[in-house]
Design a protein around this ligand. Structure first.
Ligand SMILES: Nc1ncnc2c1ncn2[C@@H]1O[C@H](COP(=O)(O)OP(=O)(O)OP(=O)(O)O)[C@@H](O)[C@H]1O
Ligand SMILES: [Mg+2]
Length: 244
């Protein structure tokens, strides 16, 4: 890999001192690519994303973004490092309107706020149509689009997304994942946690598998899609051929 945009090197991290959830985890995300993290429930996928975002203390190892050490950043410093985080749950304000959610996300955008809002409305026409609606009244897919739009409001170069397709219909899930893929075309790098393993592997460039807080396996997503062991464990026992 060329110089990765995001690098996690030997990270040990957890919520409580002396009780590590992640142990010696390493991963690299390439620029303008989709890097996906999969693994069973409780494997530490969200914890890894939160450690990168400064929400879980890191007790060993290093995290670098664009060559800068961000191991111990505060969550509110993410935007100034060109990063944004879309949490797994509670990622929008349901009682506020779509517009109010976007205004909150744009509050530090200064004079660029209007132009950014226009771009977000162009990218997400459904959000433009529903700007006056309460965010809680949106469909599941639209809520995830709003959460991603709020992340994009800070003009990040790297976005961390934690299971953006969870709870969505297969079609809405596909739309959200394709939207994530589309962002890489404008140079954004995506680190994505996904439970829709086969969809994620078809769309991602590189995949890391975590299990019990440790690296289990990684490789080009297309290779993992064709791997019989991965198919057995994560794809319901059906061996999938790339392009099938
Ligand atoms: N706030 C917390 N405080 C203490 N332990 C936590 C906290 N959040 C998660 N954990 C523990 O950390 C471990 C990893 O959880 P994590 O949420 O990272 O898993 P995950 O891979 O994202 O799972 P899922 O697929 O269910 O989202 C689990 O044992 C979980 O119980
Ligand atoms: Mg999780």
């Amino acid at each position: 890999m060329a110089e990765p945009v995001l690098e996690v090197a030997g990270v040990t991290a957890g919520y409580v001192p002396d009780l590590p959830i992640l142990r010696d985890v390493s991963m690299r995300a390439a620029a303008a690519a989709v890097t996906v993290i999969i693994g069973p429930n409780g494997a530490g996928k969200s914890t890894l994303i939160k450690a990168i975002a400064g929400l879980v203390p890191v007790s060993a190892g290093q995290i670098r973004h664009e060559g800068t050490a961000i191991t111990h950043i505060r969550p509110d410093q993410m935007a100034q490092h060109g990063m944004a985080y879309v949490p797994q749950t509670d990622n929008i304000f349901r009682s506020l309107t779509v517009q109010q959610n976007l205004d909150l996300a744009l509050r530090r955008a200064g004079p660029e706020a209007t132009a950014r809002l226009d771009r977000l409305h162009t990218r997400f026409p459904a959000l433009a149509d529903k700007r006056a609606a309460r965010a809680g009244a949106l469909s599941g897919g639209q809520r995830q689009m709003l959460a991603v739009a709020m992340a994009l409001a800070t003009a990040p170069r790297t976005i961390l997304m934690d299971e953006p397709s969870a709870g969505l219909s297969p079609r809405a899930a596909q739309e959200v994942l394709e939207m994530a893929r589309g962002l890489t075309e404008s140079g954004v790098s995506i680190l994505l946690v996904e439970q829709n393993v086969s969809q994620a592997l078809r769309l991602a460039d590189h995949c890391y598998i975590l299990a019990e807080g440790r690296n289990q396996l990684d490789g080009p997503a297309a290779d993992l899609l064709g791997d019989s062991v991965v198919a057995e464990i994560y794809l319901g026992g059906k061996r999938l051929r790339v392009g099938a």
